[in-house]
Design a protein around this ligand. Structure first.
Ligand code: SAM
Length: 219
């Protein structure tokens, strides 16, 4: 079921930005939110390493990767979001390769990426689709390459009610399914080794860093 406010948020960028800004208060604002996965990836990789931002949307999290010195490709299924991303990177003078495609089957060669980031997007997929997306990450990464994921996590304490309200107004069943799932287990099932995990914003968000084993050749 699509929530009416979600449709509004996707149609009107300003509304999406306002919702994101409110949701990002717990981590220090929207800019900091979009840096969370990027900083973990950048800590692992030399400058200039090829990285992919899967489901890049309007490009904010991909720009964070580029500002940290990585060589970035941003992929999304929505041409309108890609137009916004392209305009943003142009304004900032950052060279990013924006491509249209499906996160479940990105049109990029196996083993071509040293890093993949999925920022606030995995909850948009059903369990089967998440398995396909994480499998695609595993396929795209070079052995030793890194995946960073930032997404929802079942909140604790005072964040329980705000998260319930947020999901009721903006999210779909896939987000509820994601909240009931185990990201660490799903990432391991895709053949990646989870190296680090952190809860943020009163437990309402999780950040995960995983690595493709060195002895795993690209398919
Ligand atoms: C909530 S937005 C997150 C955008 C961005 N990563 C961020 O941090 O703001 C989710 C994005 O996933 C994209 N998306 C949804 N399904 C997709 C798919 N199957 N393949 C590629 N992109 C997809 C949507 O178009 C949307 O831009």
């Amino acid at each position: 079921m699509t929530r009416p406010l979600r449709t509004l948020a996707y149609r009107h960028r300003w509304f999406y930005e306002a919702v994101t800004a409110a949701s990002a208060l717990g981590v220090g604002g929207p800019a900091r939110l979009r840096q969370l996965a990027a900083t973990w990836l950048a800590e692992q990789l030399p400058a200039g390493s090829p990285v992919l931002d899967l489901c890049c949307g309007g490009g904010e999290a991909a720009l964070a990767l580029a500002q940290l010195g990585l060589s970035v490709c941003g992929l999304d299924v929505a041409p309108r979001a890609l137009d916004q991303a392209r305009a943003r990177s142009r304004r900032l003078g950052l060279a990013i390769n924006w491509i249209e495609g499906l996160a479940e089957d990105p049109p990029l060669p196996a083993g071509s990426q040293m890093g993949v980031q999925i920022s606030l997007a995995l909850h948009e997929f059903s369990a089967d689709e998440r398995a396909a997306v994480l499998g695609a990450c595993q396929r795209l990464l070079k052995p030793g390459g890194w995946l960073a994921v930032l997404d929802l996590h079942p909140a604790q304490g005072p964040m329980v009610l705000p998260q319930k309200l947020f999901c009721a107004l903006f999210e779909t069943e896939t987000a509820l399914d994601f909240l009931a799932s185990d990201l660490e287990r799903e990432t391991s099932a895709a053949g990646l080794v989870v190296r680090r995990r952190q809860l943020l914003a009163g437990g309402a968000l999780q950040r995960l860093l995983a690595q493709k084993p060195l002895n795993q050749a690209p398919e």
